[in-house]
Design a protein. Structure first.
Length: 370
């Protein structure tokens, strides 16, 4: 099998008008638009530089509508990424931006769907695409993921809610136990041709596939978007889920309406990526966590990613000097309870797997300080 080019892609979408700045983003609630902008740019540094540790042969591409310079403590972050091999491409939020009033949370997440359509312009080429949220960190290579993607000629999606809970609540915010059937009824009301009684609501943080497959999905998204906006003239007309949210509350609801009707096969990818709010170092599951390629740490934008960013701009840190095998045990310290300083003090119960990894790291950490 010939090796297709793998593109690893992330996005940064900033507010474009006054209404955008009033949209809710739970993990950075209380941040000003500029504070949120800078937090996401630091996440992007972590995302791309960690990926480059493990995926040196992949193309790394950032799509953004942010045209301004990004200067943090005198460091130009756009230039820093470009110097490390990241291509930064400008793309206006134009295809799937919900009209004013339709989306009250995570509106900029729809920009990722814009980029799916954009990536599809490469259809009929030997290009595979892996599109991820910026608040992810790489801890292993994408080799196995890319190999399976090519062998099975499929789309990779993340069925987070089912893998976490076979009968999940509404995106973890309410306790309606008829979740999937309710979603199916709303989808059916929107599109009478929808025929999945209990659809999956896919996690929105990742999609992977050939540029050709993404081109097909981009076409389906366009058809769906135009159909819905023509059918429902304003936000009040949109059908509501029992928890009061509509299809455009967040991009996962609408993208899943399309993903449940894909004409190509898809594979669940939780063996490569895990959504984690914070790691527990006492867990016996750490070896499994260390084998993943990607950690999605959506609640760590204002803390763990900031700490890891500081490690990256310090060329003497363990980010640069740890081996590939040591990297996951090293990285987990910044996204765990407790933080590494508490672990070093010896006052926190850890699993034997964490103890072994941290003992080795502590020796290197102490040696480096001398």
């Amino acid at each position: 099998m010939s090796q297709n080019t793998l593109q690893i892609i992330a996005t940064q979408c900033i507010d474009e008008d006054k209404e955008d700045s009033n949209v809710l983003y739970h993990q950075v609630k209380g941040f000003s638009a500029e504070q949120r902008r800078m937090a996401y740019w630091k996440c992007l540094v972590v995302f791309f530089i960690s990926s480059l540790r493990f995926n040196k042969n992949a193309q790394h591409i950032l799509y953004t509508n942010d045209l301004r310079d990004v200067i943090c403590d005198g460091l130009d972050l756009k230039k820093f990424l470009q110097e490390h091999g990241v291509e930064i491409l400008t793309h206006k939020f134009q295809y799937f931006k919900p009209p004013n009033g339709y989306s009250t949370a995570f509106k900029n997440a729809f920009y990722k769907l814009d980029i799916i359509k954009k990536l599809g312009e490469q259809r009929n080429t030997n290009v595979d695409c892996l599109l991820l949220d910026a608040d992810c960190i790489w801890v292993n290579s994408a080799d196995a993921l890319h190999r399976e993607l090519q062998e099975k000629n499929c789309i990779f999606l993340y069925d987070y809610y089912t893998t976490k809970d076979p009968n999940p609540p509404y995106l973890e915010r309410t306790r309606d136990r008829h979740y999937k059937k309710d979603v199916g009824k709303v989808y059916k009301e929107i599109d009478p041709n929808f025929d999945v009684a209990e659809p999956i609501v896919f996690g929105g943080e990742v999609i992977a596939g050939s540029a050709t497959h993404l081109g097909v999905i981009g076409d389906l998204l366009t058809q769906s978007f135009e159909y819905i906006l023509a059918k429902y003239k304003n936000e009040k007309e949109l059908p509501k889920f029992p928890n009061g949210e509509n299809l455009f509350w967040g991009m996962e609801y609408w993208s899943s309406l399309v993903y449940n009707q894909l004409p190509m096969p898809w594979i669940e990818m939780s063996k490569y990526i895990r959504r984690v709010f914070k790691f527990d170092l006492s867990s016996a599951n750490l070896p499994e966590v260390y084998q993943l390629a990607i950690w999605h740490l959506l609640s760590e934008k204002d803390r763990g990613f900031q700490y890891m960013y500081d490690e990256i701009i310090n060329k003497k840190s363990l980010f640069w000097t740890s081996s590939q095998e040591e990297f996951a045990p090293y990285a987990i310290q910044f996204f765990s309870t407790p933080q590494f300083s508490e672990v070093l003090s010896g006052h926190y119960p850890m699993s034997i797997y964490a103890k072994r990894a941290f003992a080795a790291l502590k020796r290197r950490w102490n040696k480096q300080k001398k």
